[in-house]
Write a protein that binds this ligand. Structure first.
Ligand code: HEC
Length: 135
């Protein structure tokens, strides 16, 4: 099922990022910084309750620091589902977006509750944030 209702926070942040102030700022990478900031806010709202970003903090889900480019199901010591442990792929941009859109459809048998972020803008922002904490 497709939902086309935009996440209100993403709408607000998109408007903000397209505002003349942001558009005329000519510091290299300023738009990238705005996307990372937006992604962090969305991550706090959608993912933080289960995921630490600092690998030394305890969390219900695996820590996501360094997740971009990491092989799925391989953070040392985390009790993954068999499904994710044996999935065998690397967390690329495409894989992370597919996971955000429909994690249990992408990896059937995962123990992460269905999250279902189908708004491509929200996926992009969260992805930029995950990249930024992946060194
Ligand atoms: C209700 C708790 C919960 C929420 C909310 C949640 N997750 Fe998860 N997440 C988990 C659990 C539990 C796992 C481990 C899944 C498994 O072992 O099958 C996981 C696994 C993952 C993984 C795989 C990491 C690895 O080391 O392979 C990624 C990536 C991920 N989540 C991203 C996200 C993102 C991005 C969000 C927010 C959009 C999110 N999660 C929201 C609980 C959650």
């Amino acid at each position: 099922m497709l939902r086309f209702i935009a996440h209100p926070l993403a709408v607000a942040l998109t408007i903000l990022s397209l505002s003349p102030v942001a558009a005329t700022a000519d510091e290299a990478g300023s738009f990238g910084q705005i996307k990372i900031g937006a992604g962090k806010a969305l991550f706090e709202a959608e993912c933080r309750r289960c995921h630490a970003t600092d690998a030394s903090d305890p969390s219900y889900g695996p820590p996501l620091e360094g997740v971009f480019g990491r092989r799925a199901g391989t953070f040392a010591g985390y009790p993954y589902s068999e499904a994710l442990k044996t999935a065998g792929f690397v967390w690329t941009a495409g894989a992370l977006k597919a996971w955000m859109a429909d994690n249990d459809g992408f990896v059937p048998g995962t123990k992460m509750r269905h999250v279902g972020i189908e708004d491509a803008t929200v996926q992009d922002f969260i992805l930029e944030y995950l990249k930024s904490i992946s060194g």
